[in-house]
Design a protein around this ligand. Structure first.
Ligand code: GLN
Length: 529
């Protein structure tokens, strides 16, 4: 079979869930076909690694160390693939490469232009990724909405792709919005018509329209959209608002999505993972137990900053059939109230704002046997707390906060000392840790090794390994050379669950395979109840 490309564009509004829609279509096809995603962002940053999470949402890290946006989290969780940095294009990355090529002389004698040089470069990127991965279906998500200046070249590139590989091998899916204005109480199709008209002016005829709406589209509105967009009624689907993103593939499938995709792409068969998903979704919906987990961070005004942590907790809700209520604690605000809390997560972070608040919360968890999971900065601050209050190293700190502190128990990684550039220079990506036998971490991973993703510049200072261990801090996972502390815990005899990792295990959690350390936290929190 020839390789198929499904291109996703959006209209009317941003934030309609184009990434989720694309991932859901991939999910429907992925048990049978090798599906890989490519995401195209219009911004001029090379990657989102240097953006503030409050502005852009979580920075997702891939196995290969690529820093990408959180849509890749959805892709990995919905498709079961390990994505590559190469599958994310940003205009920053594109122009970087074009400049490199121009300096090398690849365009010798030519005037380098947006069209065809940049657009062809993007098109060839799609073709190359398809070829290198031997994908059967390549999903291409174009960020933003049609009409955004920064995404124009991607539109040109997919047009050119369709000419090159044949229109029959490319499916254009356009995501729009059908509002029901208050007072009118009627589904409105005009924004969709206008957005499709704009897409057509750019030379793209959509094959499928998914219209996001708070209720199922009426036959009447589907007919209206179909006629005005030159499509059949069956090509118009509702992107129904749901309370759980894992329902989106089911919502699509109930409207005949796989039949439509197979017909349009001339594919023969499809098996489905959806019954298993449905079972897990039901398990979460039918939950009778409830626990409250606090997330103590400094980016709490935007929940997307902690997107993967929230997802990992959702996976546990399904696994344990428990409802997890989240309590956000803004640690830069001084006081906090941990009454009624069954477990605490101190997530990753940077800089000094909110740090003392996090340390106080960790102290409270340690002293009061509240289940605690520390992630990255959460591990580092748990070490600072332990050093100050158990090892009696008053004045212990991380040099990230206080470069001249008395006891620098957390210090910059040796290889990071001379790095000045900020973009893409942290210790990034997947690293293996050897797990100490008979520890909680060891039994949760059911393995003597853990492979998790990292994103940090600081580490537990080797000069303090001995004193920390002598006072009872268990180093349950170390880098293979024994120098980096990757996992810590307190003995089960003194605390039901006090575990932290230098890694970000939330990034690899999925509905079918929840992250082991989150499982441990929820299990302990349930027991506490
Ligand atoms: N700021 C810390 C470091 O750079 C922790 C990073 C994180 O939590 N992702 O090491």
């Amino acid at each position: 079979m020839s390789r198929k490309y499904i291109v996703f564009t959006g209209g009317v509004l941003s934030g309609l869930g184009k990434g989720i829609a694309a991932a859901s279509i991939g999910n429907i096809l992925s048990p049978t076909y090798k599906v890989i995603p490519i995401k195209c962002d219009g911004y001029l940053n090379v990657d989102p690694g240097t953006m503030n999470p409050i502005e852009h949402g979580e920075v997702f890290v891939l196995d290969d160390g690529g820093e990408v946006d959180m849509d890749f989290g959805h892709y990995e969780r919905f498709l079961g693939v390990t994505c590559k940095f190469d599958w994310n294009l940003t205009m920053g990355k594109v122009f970087d490469r074009i400049r490199e090529k121009e300096r090398r002389g690849d365009y010798l004698g030519k005037t380098v232009q947006m069209i065809p040089h940049v657009s062809n470069f993007i098109r060839d990127h799609f073709l190359r990724v398809g070829e290198e991965t031997q994908a059967e279906v390549v999903l291409i998500e174009i960020g933003g909405t049609v009409g955004d200046m920064e995404n124009e070249l991607y539109i040109e590139a997919v047009k050119s792709l369709s000419r090159k590989v044949g229109r029959e091998n490319v499916l254009f899916v356009h995501l729009t919005y059908v509002p029901i204005p208050s007072g009118v109480h009627e589904q409105k199709s005009k924004p969709t018509q206008q957005s499709v008209s704009l897409l057509r002016q750019k030379g793209i005829e959509p094959d499928i329209i998914i219209a996001r709406c708070s209720e199922m589209l009426s036959d009447n509105i589907k007919n209206k959209i179909a006629v005005s967009c030159n499509l059949d009624k069956e090509d118009i689907l509702t992107g129904l608002d749901v309370d759980n993103i894992y329902k989106v593939p089911l919502v699509f499938e109930n409207q005949g999505m796989s039949k439509l995709l197979l017909k349009r792409l001339d594919l023969s068969s499809n098996t489905s993972l959806l019954p298993e998903w449905e079972r897990l979704i039901k398990q979460r919906e039918n939950a009778e137990k409830q626990i409250t987990i606090a997330i103590a961070g400094k980016y709490t005004q935007l929940e997307d900053s902690y997107a993967s942590i929230i997802e990992a907790l959702h996976h546990c809700e399904s696994l344990f059939s428990v409802k997890i209520k989240l309590k956000w604690i803004e640690t830069s605000e001084g006081s906090f109230d941990l009454r009624g809390i069954d477990g605490v997560i101190v997530p990753g972070g940077f800089g000094s704002r909110g740090v003392e608040g996090k340390i106080n919360i960790i102290k409270h968890c340690r002293e009061n046997k509240v289940p605690f999971l520390g992630l990255c900065y959460g591990l580092q601050l748990a070490v600072v707390e332990f050093a100050r209050n158990v090892c009696c190293l008053e004045g212990a700190n991380t040099t990230e906060v206080d470069p001249s502190c008395l006891y620098p128990v957390i210090d910059i990684l040796k290889e990071q000392k001379n790095i000045l550039d900020k973009g893409g220079t942290m210790r990034l990506g997947c690293y293996v840790a050897n797990l100490k036998s008979n520890t909680m971490v060891n039994s949760l991973y059911c393995s003597s090794e853990a492979l998790e993703r990292h994103r940090h510049r600081y580490e537990v200072n080797p000069e303090y390994h001995k004193i920390l261990q002598d006072h009872g801090l268990i180093f349950s996972g170390l880098s293979p050379d024994g120098t980096l502390v990757e996992f810590i815990e307190l003995s089960k005899e003194i605390h039901p669950y006090f575990v932290a990792t230098q890694a970000h295990p939330e990034l690899k959690s999925s509905l079918l395979n929840p992250a082991p350390l989150f499982k441990g936290l929820i299990e302990a929190s349930l027991k506490k109840r």
